[in-house]
Design a protein around this ligand. Structure first.
Ligand code: 5MM
Length: 339
């Protein structure tokens, strides 16, 4: 492992207020999103959409890294250029989702464990030759009656630690993503408790597996009430709970935290990120940035509708929401003056 390579990759991704665009939707997620937007669910349409994203003019002003799906890193644009190469030319670092999805955890109803460790060493070697400098693995934790169980948390953080070790061995920066879902009617306090439990278990496991914390990116959820909770908190309350929870569980040696958006609208996700960076800037030992998928992409996907004639408009929207997230990363987003 060459720690300097890992550190340099992280610095480049987050330079000048930039963040990460997650464009690594797996096929089942693409089907869901395209169906909802009324777009045909074919491999060619997924390729066209990914081409729209990677060729967006000006995207590199706010985005320093983009996470690709296996299918995408093997695809080319209409001009015959590999997608990862187009990104590199624009100064955007390519990353790759390497997990094989969250599957039902046997014996634990409604809980999941993420699979994909078998053959990972060889896959990482191949992805590196395709230009990937960082990787992503997402664990999914659900809050509900009696869940998450310790067994679920332990199975997931164990897999995350083994994945991170294989990435660092290959000089690939692991994005470690333990996502506590917003699905459900749990309160902000319940989200806080579960997120803290998961993060503490995660960092203990990363320590056990000798992970160099200076060479990882943490991708957590914000601490927020469930979508169906009758009490929805203010922007400042979410920001404060999120900062307190992270300070209680994430070592200061981690260089960067990049939030997922988890189903928040682009505006709300940006407001939360902004409040975290603005109100608590002296309490953050890490870069606190974004690795949003929906909170950057959704308006563009809806505008595109699968039509070539809507491409320019969709690219403008993609740039707009990437810029919004980047402005929030710097604590300079003003929702009153900016849409
Ligand atoms: C792009 O979505 C990623 C998950 O894809 P699959 O479920 O299809 O594997 C996901 O990991 C994503 O990177 C994060 O959840 C962030 O996305 P959001 O939409 O929450 O910002």
């Amino acid at each position: 492992m060459n720690t300097q390579i890992l550190k340099d990759t992280i610095q480049q991704i987050f330079a000048n207020g930039k963040g990460i665009l997650a464009m690594d939707e797996s096929t089942p997620t693409c089907i869901k999103r395209f169906e909802a937007a009324g777009i045909p669910q074919t491999t060619e349409m997924y390729r066209k959409y990914r081409e729209l994203i990677v060729t967006t003019p000006g995207l590199n002003e706010s985005i320093g890294g983009a996470i690709l799906f296996d299918e995408t890193i093997r695809q080319k644009t209409d001009d015959g250029e590999p997608m990862a190469k187009v990104l590199i030319k624009a100064g955007i670092i390519s990353g790759i989702k390497v997990d094989m999805g969250a599957k039902s955890l046997a014996g634990f109803p409604n809980e999941k464990v993420t699979e994909g460790l078998d053959g990972l060493r060889e896959r990482l070697t191949e992805y590196k030759t395709m230009g990937a400098c960082f990787a992503k693995w997402r664990a999914v934790i659900t809050i509900g009656d009696g869940i998450p169980t310790n067994a679920c948390i332990e199975a997931n953080v164990h897999a995350l630690a083994r994945y991170a070790a294989l990435c660092q061995e290959a000089d690939i920066v692991p994005i470690v993503e333990p996502e506590v879902l917003m699905d459900g009617n749990h309160t902000l306090q319940q989200c806080y408790e579960v997120t803290e439990r998961v993060l503490k278990a995660l960092f203990y496991e990363l320590y056990q597996f000798k992970i160099d914390l200076e060479g990882i990116i943490l991708k957590p959820n914000m601490v927020i009430a469930g979508k169906d909770c009758p009490i929805q908190n203010s922007i400042d309350e979410v920001a404060e709970a999120t900062v307190n929870c992270l300070r209680a569980s994430v070592p200061a040696s981690v260089p960067a935290i990049a939030f997922l958006s988890g189903g928040q609208s682009p505006k709300v996700a940006a407001e939360h990120l902004n409040a975290i960076n603005k109100n608590f800037k002296d309490r953050l030992p890490w870069i606190v940035a974004f690795s949003f998928a929906r909170a950057i992409q959704q308006p563009a996907l809806d505008a595109w509708k699968g039509e070539q004639s809507n491409m320019e408009e969709a690219q403008k929207l993609l740039c707009k929401y990437a810029k919004m997230a980047s402005t929030a990363r710097l604590g300079k987003y003003n929702s009153m003056t900016e849409e």
